[in-house]
Design a protein around this ligand. Structure first.
Ligand SMILES: Nc1ncnc2c1ncn2[C@@H]1O[C@H](COP(=O)(O)OP(=O)(O)OP(=O)(O)O)[C@@H](O)[C@H]1O
Length: 629
């Protein structure tokens, strides 16, 4: 046993989960109990006991999480771990589909549409279909259609069911919605591109329909490790089951009480379904290393109704009781939080260690105004990601065309950057490129043979880019010859945007394959320009706060209709709201404030009172404060 000293960092429950999880296991973890540690040490233990890196599949919620775990294991083993297959489900599916693209009707150089690109394509198809039917008003927008299509894909339900779930009032349009869906699918196919949902759907289809491929892929993975299992959907569950079907060694880690993505198709029931399979071992890790004892006591009584029972133990004694604060209205709420924040800062807390959490962004508007009045700087999580900004997308569109010249969305995007080209001409150019037999953008533009100056300029740019062997050099010539001027002429904040393009070049310099670079930027979040760690207060929805922690946490507007949300209440989805509330309160290390105001925007609906979270709080566990400004 002396050779197991590397596990001494773990507590007894964690150690058992690592050592005894042979075959099929589920680790049910409490918040702040060291899920990351368990998976990292499992990985380490496997490597130390002779499992080869190439025999391991590690699936995490973000690519960054996988990289972090692997880096830690690499340091502890001193071995090169490049051969581990690791990353998000989208990443894993992408790898699989690149290998077997023709089997699902794709060419191996397919490109991936991000959410915005997919919405643009749906918009384009929607316009055509509606025109054909002479329809205009009261039809779902492309964004609603995207939600419906995505929900249907991720839950493997019919479009009809998805419509009833997302926007029942559009049920009358079912046949037109289906027509748009069919055309959207055909468009993607003819342009050799896929959206995020297709990555999962096609990978499952591939493994389900081709036994040889399934056997080959599943034989490779002697071990499958999955983090954040509570947020998986039905397709992801199928992938886990199939890829672990040959060796039967699979460990999933879940905090079922923190499953909060059902609106995206995550299936809370995956946890119980996984546990139900005969022979599955269950481990619990229940020591909370994050919060003070007073907060842990509170967390224990607020555990969501349907969660696997668990009692968290705390290691940080005592601490102050959470505060339940009553204010008269949202303005008073803002005044209270601002005063308290000022006091805490004066007391020595770093602003970056304080966060304000809410169910929906609109609940923070009064607070934003109040903070600005007091010149308190803050950041709001969930702004646009680096790769979602217009300027980064413009540059990427040029590269995407170099990779896959059939992709219409990118042609439309770049064409419109040139003077004299509007939406109509851009669409014509894209249509031409999609059907043109040429596979080189320069040749496509030559074939187009239009005398327009812009087309000539575009052709010249592609020629120059193609002459570069490095991706950062491609971006650099594009920038020097065209894009930096475009930024200067079109954006007052061109300087900041230029900085982003420079950062994009920096990232590109680490890649030798264009396909890999584009895929990483589209399917993983590790290369996104994370908000720089500034020492300011954080404002965020609970969903964006998942996995994070602060010394001080305020939870705003815990009123029926606000939190829990009105839509969840009428949809009878209170369970999920309980879990979202649980995620919120488990982010706090030392101080927790739950705020409730007297304004009930939905007071006419008397039964909303039955879902008042503040009323469920045992008063002996909190300090009650009546704030009157
Ligand atoms: N055995 C241990 N001894 C001491 N500290 C530990 C131990 N295990 C985990 N920790 C610490 O506990 C903290 C919480 O761990 P981690 O962030 O992995 O929690 P988590 O389970 O992912 O939480 P959540 O899902 O609520 O975000 C980390 O700072 C981690 O280093």
């Amino acid at each position: 046993m002396e050779q197991l000293t590397y596990l001494n960092d773990l507590d007894e429950e964690q150690k058992r989960a690592v050592l005894e999880s042979t075959g099929r296991s589920i680790v049910i973890a409490g918040p702040g109990s060291g899920k990351t540690k368990v998976i990292t040490y499992k990985l380490l233990h496997l490597l130390k006991t002779g499992v080869k890196p190439s025999q391991i599949l590690l699936v995490t919620f973000t690519r960054a999480a996988a990289n972090e775990m692997i880096e830690r294991a690499r340091m502890l083993t001193g071995t090169d771990l490049d051969e581990i297959t690791a990353g998000t489900f989208h990443h894993v599916c992408n790898l699989l589909l690149r290998k077997y693209a023709p089997k699902v009707g794709l060419l191996p150089n397919f490109t991936i549409l991000d959410e915005e690109d997919s919405a643009s394509l749906i918009k384009h198809v929607r316009t055509n279909v509606l025109e054909r039917h002479g329809l205009k008003k009261s039809f779902p927008t492309h964004n609603v259609l995207q939600k419906i299509f995505s929900y249907s894909a991720n839950t493997m339900t019919s479009l009809k069911e998805a419509i009833l779930k997302i926007e029942p009032k559009f049920a009358q349009h079912e046949s037109i919605i289906e027509e748009i869906y069919r055309e959207y699918s055909l468009e993607k196919r003819s342009q050799n591109c896929v959206d995020y949902d297709d990555l999962l759907t096609f990978a499952v289809q591939l493994l389900e329909s081709d036994h040889n491929v399934l056997m080959k892929e599943a034989s490779k993975y002697v071990w499958v490790l999955v983090d954040e299992f509570q947020d998986t959907n039905i397709l992801q569950l199928k992938l886990i089951e199939m890829l672990s079907s040959v060796h039967g060694n699979v460990m999933v880690v879940a905090d079922d009480a923190q499953s909060i993505y059902s609106f995206r198709g995550a299936r809370f029931e995956n946890v119980s379904d996984f546990m139900k399979v005969k022979g599955t071992k269950l481990f619990k890790i229940q020591t909370n290393y994050r919060s003070s004892e007073s907060i842990v006591k509170f967390i224990n009584v607020m555990i969501p109704g349907k969660a696997v029972p668990k009692v968290l133990k705390s290691v940080k004694p005592n601490g102050v009781k959470p505060k339940l604060v009553y204010v008269s209205d949202p303005q008073q709420e803002a005044v209270f939080v601002t005063r308290e924040v000022l006091k805490l800062i004066e007391f020595g807390f770093e602003p970056s260690q304080i966060a304000v959490l809410y169910r929906s962004h609109s609940h923070s508007l009064d607070l934003q105004i109040e903070l600005a009045k007091h010149r308190i700087d803050f950041r709001i999580l969930s702004g646009l990601k680096f790769t979602e900004t217009a300027h980064v997308k413009d540059v990427l569109a040029f590269l995407r065309i170099l990779q896959n010249p059939k992709e219409k969305i990118s042609w439309i995007r770049i064409a419109k950057l040139f003077p004299g080209i509007g939406t109509k001409t851009a669409s014509k150019l894209a249509d031409f490129a999609a059907v043109c037999p040429e596979t080189d953008p320069v040749k496509i533009l030559e074939k187009l043979g239009e005398g327009k100056e812009a087309i000539w300029q575009m052709k010249e740019l592609f020629e120059l880019m193609q002459r570069q062997s490095r991706i950062d050099a491609m971006i650099s010539v594009l920038n020097e010859r065209f894009y930096s001027d475009y930024l200067l002429n079109n954006y007052p904040d061109h300087f900041e945007r230029q900085q982003d393009i420079n950062r994009l070049m920096e990232i590109a310099s680490r890649y030798s394959s264009l396909e890999r670079f584009l895929t990483d930027l589209t399917v993983s979040s590790d290369v996104n320009d994370e908000t720089k760690p500034k020492n300011v207060l954080t404002l965020t929805t609970v969903h964006q706060a998942k996995g994070l922690e602060w010394d001080v946490v305020f939870v705003l507007s815990v009123n029926p209709g606000d939190f829990p949300s009105y839509y969840a209440i009428v949809d009878n989805n209170i369970d999920e709201e309980e879990r979202i509330f649980y995620v919120a309160i488990t982010r706090a290390k030392q101080h927790l404030y739950i705020i409730k105001h007297g304004v009930n925007r939905y007071s006419s609906i008397y039964w909303l009172r039955s879902v008042d979270f503040a009323q469920r709080i045992p008063k002996k566990l909190v300090e009650e404060i009546y704030f009157e400004g």
